[in-house]
Design a protein around this ligand. Structure first.
Ligand SMILES: *[C@@H]1O[C@H](CO)[C@@H](O)[C@H](O)[C@H]1NC(C)=O
Length: 283
């Protein structure tokens, strides 16, 4: 199972590389190719490169004199032991793809050459950064308006007594809130707090027992992220009864809606809410 998964990942890696990230091909030794028998020369060549799974090494050399012998261990590399190689290439023009992370050891089976320093070790980094993690799902909201709740009254028991009972409902109904807008609540955190609740029923009955959010910083920004209705009250006993609660209808993003359009179900809902919320004069 794990092997299958790994194979799948590997195949996926190769496919993605093929299509978008272009695996690199490195010509070993650059212009000199795979010919140099001098200690440290291939170390110098390799040390500033970052090899990644899927990259390839290209060996150019005279196949009559050298070959590319890939060995498995550092010891074989160190002692030029080509007796049990992992792979041998000898065309004089070999491309070896680095399919696994970790160390890869290459020597020539021409022993005198190898001992003189004709060998290469490369380190292939483990996690190829070529599969970019999928970007986190981001809700791109337009920059909406900021509304300071209650305006100069802010978020506290309305002071103007004659509007007390419907101060916040009036404040809310005069506006059209849309997705992306913000509500700014300012209040004295020693006196008041801000609770968001879930339902119209809770709102009507001043039910503070199961809020969806509790704020008490004295300065809270509430982002309106989706259409619907948001309910805000305070847990301070007695305050709600004085009209100290807010219901906000959040409309979908405002697109240039044709004016003669019929009422959508959402508009019907808003109209219904508005009608049921506004006290009707008695006849
Ligand atoms: C090893 O390399 C040397 C120097 O290039 C060359 O003269 C010699 O023929 C090579 N030996 C073999 C067995 O290929």
């Amino acid at each position: 199972m794990a092997t299958t998964t790994r194979m799948f990942c590997f195949v996926l890696v190769m496919v993605l590389m093929g299509c978008c990230c272009s695996a690199k091909i490195y010509k070993v030794g650059d212009s000199k190719g795979w010919t140099t028998a001098k200690h440290g020369s291939y170390y110098e060549w390799a040390k500033r490169k970052e090899f990644q799974v899927g990259d390839s090494l290209m060996f150019e050399y005279d196949g009559n004199v050298n070959d590319v012998t890939q060995v498995s261990s550092r010891l074989e590399y160190q002692f030029c032991n080509s007796l049990s190689p992992k792979a041998v290439y000898n065309t004089g023009h070999d491309v070896v793809t680095l399919t696994e992370p970790g160390y890869h050891f290459f020597i020539t089976s021409n022993r005198s050459q190898c001992v003189a320093g004709h060998k290469l070790v490369v380190f292939v980094v483990h996690d190829h950064p070529m599969i970019p993690p999928p970007p986190p799902p981001r809700k791109i909201l337009p920059l909406g308006k900021d509304y300071k709740v209650g305006d100069s009254n802010e978020w506290r028991v309305p002071v103007l007594t004659y509007t007390k009972s419907d101060f916040y409902s009036k404040w809310s109904e005069e506006k059209q809130f849309h997705v992306g807008d913000n509500l700014l609540f300012y209040y004295n955190d020693q006196v008041d707090d801000l609770l968001e609740i879930n339902s119209d029923l809770e709102f009507k009955s001043y039910d503070t027992t199961s809020p969806v959010a509790v704020h008490n910083a004295g300065q809270d920004l509430i982002r309106l992220t989706k259409p619907g209705i948001r309910y805000f009250i305070t847990s301070k006993i007695g305050h709600c009864e004085a009209g100290f609660k807010l219901r906000v209808v959040v409309r979908p993003l405002s697109k240039s809606v044709p004016k003669k359009m019929q009422l959508s179900p959402f508009d019907h809902l808003i109209k219904w809410l508005h009608d049921s919320f506004t006290p009707h004069p008695h006849h």
